[in-house]
Design a protein around this ligand. Structure first.
Ligand SMILES: [Zn+2]
Length: 158
């Protein structure tokens, strides 16, 4: 329902989650911050200049958007998002954290696999006036390694 992926779509997030390397896929295994039986979180290949560390949380199973995402999956996604938000506070000392999730082209969705952005925010960071650019894989790996390490310190209830 309300899907926009072409019939022959090669989903980059499914390939990342399954560990399949492909030149069409920008993300690398070294981007992965968190993985369990339900969700995977990884450093986004594209980063906003004043907000490095933007991380995407995805369901491991392919669902294109919020309209078809099973409600049972929402809890797993938000549990990971909450832990990541707390990890970002520790890792970056950021002033805040934004979560964003886009659906359909008019909602700025550009990868046809549901994903939630978890973004460290700072006072006067001009986030909404800035534009993302590709971050080198080595730099992304450093962010992923740091967040993985800090995530081990974050315990949440429930
Ligand atoms: Zn997918």
């Amino acid at each position: 329902m309300y899907n926009h992926a072409p019939d022959d779509y090669t989903c980059p997030f499914c390939m990342l989650i399954r560990g399949i390397r492909d030149p069409r896929v920008w993300s690398e295994q070294s981007d992965i911050v968190y993985h369990d039986e339900s969700v995977t979180a990884f450093i986004s290949a594209h980063q906003y200049p004043n907000n490095p560390g933007n991380t995407l949380v995805t369901p491991n199973e392919h669902f294109e958007n919020i309209y078809e995402l099973p409600v049972a999956c929402v809890l797993d996604i938000h549990r990971a998002a909450k832990r990541l938000a707390l990890a970002m506070k520790l890792a970056y000392g950021c002033d805040g954290v934004s979560t964003r999730q886009h659906n359909e082209p008019s909602g700025n969705q550009d990868v046809w696999h549901y994903h939630m952005h978890i973004t460290p925010r700072y006072q006067n960071d001009h986030f909404y006036g800035s534009h993302p650019a590709r971050m080198p894989v080595e730099e992304r790996a450093r962010h992923a390694e740091m967040l993985r390490r800090v995530l081990e310190e974050v315990e949440i209830e429930g």
